[in-house]
Design a protein. Structure first.
Length: 277
């Protein structure tokens, strides 16, 4: 097989999608990691607010702990409870608790979001490969993976944050997905996720970057809670989050990855015109 030599703009079709996990493909509302980070901090006498836990979501998990400890309120609580600075040693201590708690907890949050399994089947029927990436480590995913597969979701590739030099918003997880899937160039890929870090990751990788709203960390709602909201209120919240994604550079905003198959033709049309992300 000859190596790919790029001389002109790519005008072929979309070849693959790369999906985030929690809040995008599984765990509607991204509840699993919220539970873990809350419990990890509580071991050290600190009760973080849900908004504080959610703010760094999407990043590699040690960086997530570090970002939380840099928040003024949590930093003050750490000093008061532990009589020490919220430094690297503090980050390591909380992260160790996160590593311990995460695998077993995540297994309870492995259910694919509504429409995910059907969307993946439709994308594969269109000839696309399915990649995935996450701020979790490979060990953290150990119990989640078989649960998700048993529920019908199994991507063709998985890259975790501990397999690359840096996690989001760096593009390395996307690039490693492309290597494992045998996909090139990056503009032939759609990257979808539910956080600003996901959007930035896709942009940095040179891919079509898509934000999903209803299942997201930012909304933080289970499928049942979303369905119970008045339609006008749910639409308002999704539109507000969608504007934030677009302001961050997202090329598209969808309610859920259930809508991804319908987006492929739009991106194909742009690629055929020689457009790039």
């Amino acid at each position: 097989m000859k190596p790919f030599l790029r001389r002109t703009a790519y005008t072929g079709p979309v070849q693959a999608v790369i999906l985030d996990w929690a809040g995008t493909a599984v765990d509607h509302g991204c509840r699993g990691p919220v539970a873990v980070f809350s419990r990890a901090f509580e071991r050290y006498g600190i009760t973080p607010e849900v908004a504080e836990v959610r703010a760094p979501m999407g990043r590699e998990k040690r960086e997530h702990v570090q970002a939380m400890l840099a928040m003024p309120r949590l930093a003050g609580l750490w000093r008061a409870a532990q009589h020490s600075a919220p430094d690297d040693a503090a980050t390591n201590a909380v992260f160790a608790a996160v590593q311990e708690l995460m695998p077993e907890t995540l297994a309870d949050y492995a259910a694919p979001v509504p429409g995910c399994v059907q969307a993946i089947a439709a994308l594969r029927a269109q000839g696309l490969k399915i990649g995935s990436c996450t701020g979790y480590s490979r060990d953290m995913m150990a119990r989640l993976l078989p649960r998700a597969e048993a529920a019908g979701y199994k991507p063709d590739a998985l890259v975790t944050a501990d397999e690359v030099p840096q996690g989001r918003p760096w593009p390395w997880m996307c690039y490693l997905n492309c290597q494992r899937l045998g996909v090139h160039p990056p503009e032939a890929v759609i990257k979808a996720g539910d956080t600003i870090a996901d959007i930035e990751e896709g942009i940095n990788a040179g891919m079509w970057s898509v934000g999903v709203t209803r299942t997201s960390n930012a909304l933080g709602l289970t499928a049942q809670e979303a369905a119970a909201l008045p339609v006008e209120e749910l639409c308002r919240r999704e539109q507000e989050l969608g504007r934030a994604f677009l302001d961050a550079g997202a090329h598209y905003v969808l309610s859920s990855i259930a809508d991804l198959p319908g987006l492929v033709d739009q991106v194909n049309a742009r690629l055929a015109r020689g457009e790039r992300p």
